[in-house]
Design a protein around this ligand. Structure first.
Ligand SMILES: Cc1cc2nc3c(=O)[nH]c(=O)nc-3n(C[C@H](O)[C@H](O)[C@H](O)COP(=O)(O)OP(=O)(O)OC[C@H]3O[C@@H](n4cnc5c(N)ncnc54)[C@H](O)[C@@H]3O)c2cc1C
Length: 279
């Protein structure tokens, strides 16, 4: 059994590495539904997948003052499920796990990174169209496989990336799932994909987007204010018990939103989480 073997390997991994294996990752199996790659973890916990894929960067798209998307064309067909992530290498020893922010139905592959002061971010800032990078994957189980009719997304900051892939896929395929996205950011300027999200909800009235701003709110913002809490979830998603929840963002935010959903009586099996370890 492929997935059992992977679980055993990952559980034995050391954590103190270049980019440590996120705890939740240890419980995951690897691979997409269509073409599962072979996954190995070395004694530092890094994941190596068979057949790394070279991609050519086609576009560099600023999303907010600190968030940038990188579109690329893979050298060969690359199958993945909406919501999955990849191990993205931009130079020898310089890699990060990044979620795919594009829909699998699009002819390109896109990742989106919050640019920080790290070496990886510095190298990303120098990337331009025509450059070549390597990806490994796809990875992860934070996926939508057309099985849910009612979805709630509780998302913090850069955690929006896998959601863009899922919502984009729903739009591309004309699927009619009822989705409510409650999206938390510190400032209005830091709301990533704001125009794309608005356009998705205009195209499809079954997609509802609600932003909440945790920092200072400009006058007349027309958005909610404050961190996602029990009252906000009950107000925005009164039918929460009918929904499957996807939670993604910094680990602390995911932990808090998961606890509040459980406090509202949500069943554990109806909550999917992705922790963006490193924020
Ligand atoms: C499944 C998954 C999907 C992700 N998808 C995205 C995405 O789509 N976009 C995005 O911007 N980021 C994503 N991340 C986070 C990303 O992998 C990096 O950790 C993050 O971008 C910070 O990297 P950095 O180079 O900017 O800063 P770094 O210098 O690497 O990190 C900043 C700080 O976090 C600490 N840190 C970094 N990584 C870890 C770690 N794994 N465990 C514990 N501490 C750590 C560092 O020590 C440092 O203090 C994802 C992470 C995971 C696990």
């Amino acid at each position: 059994m492929l997935s059992k073997r992977h679980t055993d390997i990952f559980t034995g991994c050391a954590k103190n590495v270049n980019e440590p294996l996120p705890f939740s990752f240890a419980k995951r199996s690897c691979g997409g539904a269509f073409n599962p790659p072979v996954c190995l973890a070395d004694n530092r916990g890094e994941i190596t997948l068979k057949d790394p894929l070279t991609c050519t960067i086609t576009d560099v798209i600023p999303r907010t003052p600190t968030i940038t998307s990188f579109r690329m064309t893979p050298d060969r067909p690359f199958d993945f499920l909406p919501g999955q992530f990849m191990k993205v290498h931009i130079a020898e020893g310089l890699w990060r796990y990044l979620s795919i922010s594009s829909s699998p139905a699009k002819p390109y592959l896109e990742v989106t990174k919050r640019i920080t002061g790290s070496d990886f971010s510095a190298a990303l800032k120098r990337i331009k169209a025509g450059d070549r990078i390597t990806v490994e994957g796809p990875l992860g189980k934070f996926v939508y496989k057309e099985e849910y009719q009612k979805i709630g997304f509780l998302i913090g900051g850069i955690g929006i990336t896998p959601v863009m892939s899922i919502l984009g896929y729903l739009a591309d395929k004309g699927l009619a799932a009822d989705c409510v996205l409650l999206y938390s950011n510190r400032t209005v300027e830091e709301v990533a994909f704001a125009a794309e999200l608005e356009s998705l909800s205009k195209q499809n009235p079954r997609i509802k987007i609600v932003n909440t701003i945790t920092g200072e709110m400009p006058q007349g913002g027309g958005q909610l204010c404050g961190v996602i809490d029990r009252e906000m979830v009950s107000q925005v998603l009164p039918d929460h018990h009918e929904r499957i929840f996807f939670l993604c963002g910094p680990p602390k935010m995911v932990e808090c939103t998961q606890a509040l959903l459980l406090g509202l009586g949500q069943e554990t099996e109806k909550i999917k989480t992705e922790n963006f370890v490193g924020y």
